[in-house]
Design a protein around this ligand. Structure first.
Ligand code: DLL
Length: 437
């Protein structure tokens, strides 16, 4: 059976047999390592410190010999220390917000921009997009990669692009409706907010022409996906990426909505044990590590993302052959250790959404008398809202029980009135950790 070419942006690459991908990766890998060795003294020093030279790297099988690069390296080498090209060859800078205290600044040549936009175009096609679609990009534009990345992908595909950026939610809805946007790109928390506002305005899913959403840049759960899909009457696709590697599009979901295909012609992905650095077999949960294969200005070998997930080579019904990563379980630095127990915010979200609460919550961790405390503030829906104290107490108790069985910990739950938790137009801030370490 032949493949339906319209379902892919580049079928010859996206559906390439595995042994051919390996061959392509091998060729590109050797070239990329040579580029780094010759042009990035910071990394060459790291290799030499580990006793590795270019001669030790004969194929992709030697990847494990290379040292890891970490966020700490990026910090030490800030701003120009990891560049692989002179500034005169670069055409763009993007950066993270630096909310975790570590601002990342990444550089791009024209070639780097083109491969990044190619990946975003693949993601839009995987979500059912064609050049007949109208793509509304409601990720932030500017230093954040979300807006520029999806904007570039949409252009490359030839779709009509509406660069609304984030914010001004009523105008977002007006544009979706008036300009017949069919694909919406934004963070999942902003999508949920837009959906909530639509409901308030008395709009139903059939009142808007949207058919798909491409949502990423932050962790979200399967339940949140279902909620957004229902409110907007769309299919919601996950997209992953990070500034260090380019931005959105490193991997993306297909019609199967079961894990994100990593663009293996541009990256090699590994999963390692975050504690020991040992490479783990496919299927194991661990930290995702990327090696770029085709980057000029900011090539990174064995870059530790701190993101936790697993990889699978299981055949995908969509026909793409590139390896898939699971939805992120969280970041290793997102993981909270509360009274010795590992807690991921996504576990808390799962309990809340399963019990019918919206994804509007805040997790507050503190230390009182040398004991960690976990407070979860959860917003009620307007339907739940009541001044019947008994009912509220019963609801809180039910959530405490649900969280205890998920986490093995007792949390304090406070139910708050609808709309009291601040909405996000970009990445939502869900955790406030007040402990001083
Ligand atoms: O968030 C790039 C991006 C923009 C991805 C738009 C998708 C859509 P950074 O600001 O550098 O880049 O943040 C990267 O965000 O290491 C993950 O921890 C998290 N992240 C990104 N995508 C997802 C996702 C952009 N789909 C960091 N699910 C990454 C969960 C995600 N977390």
């Amino acid at each position: 059976m032949g493949i339906d070419e319209k379902r892919y942006f580049q079928p010859e690459i996206e559906c390439m047999p595995h042994d051919e991908i390996e061959k392509l990766q091998n060729e590109k890998f050797l070239k990329q390592v040579r580029h780094v060795w010759e042009d990035v003294p910071y990394y060459r020093n790291k290799m030499q410190e580990k006793g590795v030279t270019l001669d030790d790297i004969k194929s992709k099988d030697d990847l494990y010999k290379l040292p890891f690069l970490t966020k700490d390296d990026l910090r030490k080498a800030y701003p120009y220390g990891l560049m692989g090209k002179p500034l005169k060859d670069c055409v763009r800078i993007q950066s993270t917000s630096g909310t975790t205290g570590q601002r990342v600044v990444a550089f791009y040549t024209m070639h780097d921009i083109q491969i990044w936009e190619t990946m975003c175009a693949r993601a839009i096609v995987a979500a059912g997009g064609t050049n007949e679609d109208v793509v509304q990009v409601s990720y932030g534009y500017g230093l954040f990669t979300g807006g520029p990345g999806l904007n570039g992908g949409s252009h490359m595909l030839g779709s009509l692009t509406i660069p609304t950026s984030s914010g001004n939610t009523d105008r977002q809805i007006m544009f979706i409706k008036d300009l017949s946007a069919t694909i919406l790109c934004c963070t999942p928390s902003y999508a949920a907010f837009i959906g909530e506002r639509m409901k308030e305005m008395g709009m139903k899913p059939e009142d808007i022409p949207l058919k798909a959403g491409i949502f990423g840049a932050e962790a979200w759960s399967e339940d949140m996906r279902r909620d957004i899909e229902k409110t907007m009457g769309i299919k919601a696709y996950d997209i992953y990426g990070l500034t260090e590697l380019c931005g959105p599009g490193v991997s993306f979901e297909c019609s199967d909505q079961h894990g994100m295909h990593i663009n293996e012609d541009y990256f090699i992905a590994e999963i390692i044990d975050p504690k020991t650095g040992e490479v783990l077999p496919d299927g194991s949960l661990g930290e995702l590590v990327f090696t770029t294969l085709d980057k000029e200005a900011f090539p990174l070998l064995r870059y530790r993302t701190r993101d936790i997930c697993s990889l699978t080579r299981e055949k995908c019904p969509c026909g793409r052959t590139h390896i898939r990563m699971t939805r992120l379980k969280g970041r290793s630095d997102d993981m909270l250790i509360i009274r010795g127990v590992n807690v991921f915010p996504s576990q808390i979200e799962t309990v809340l959404l399963n019990k019918g609460y919206p994804a509007n919550y805040q997790i507050i961790v503190d230390r009182v008398n040398n004991t960690d405390t976990l407070d979860v503030h959860v917003e009620m829906t307007p339907e739940m809202f009541t001044d019947n104290l008994g009912e509220v107490t019963q609801r809180q108790k039910d959530l405490v029980d649900g969280l205890r069985s998920m986490l093995g910990l007792t949390a304090k739950v406070t139910l708050v009135a609808p709309k009291t938790i601040v909405r996000s137009e970009g990445k939502a801030v869900r955790v406030i950790d007040k402990r001083k370490f």
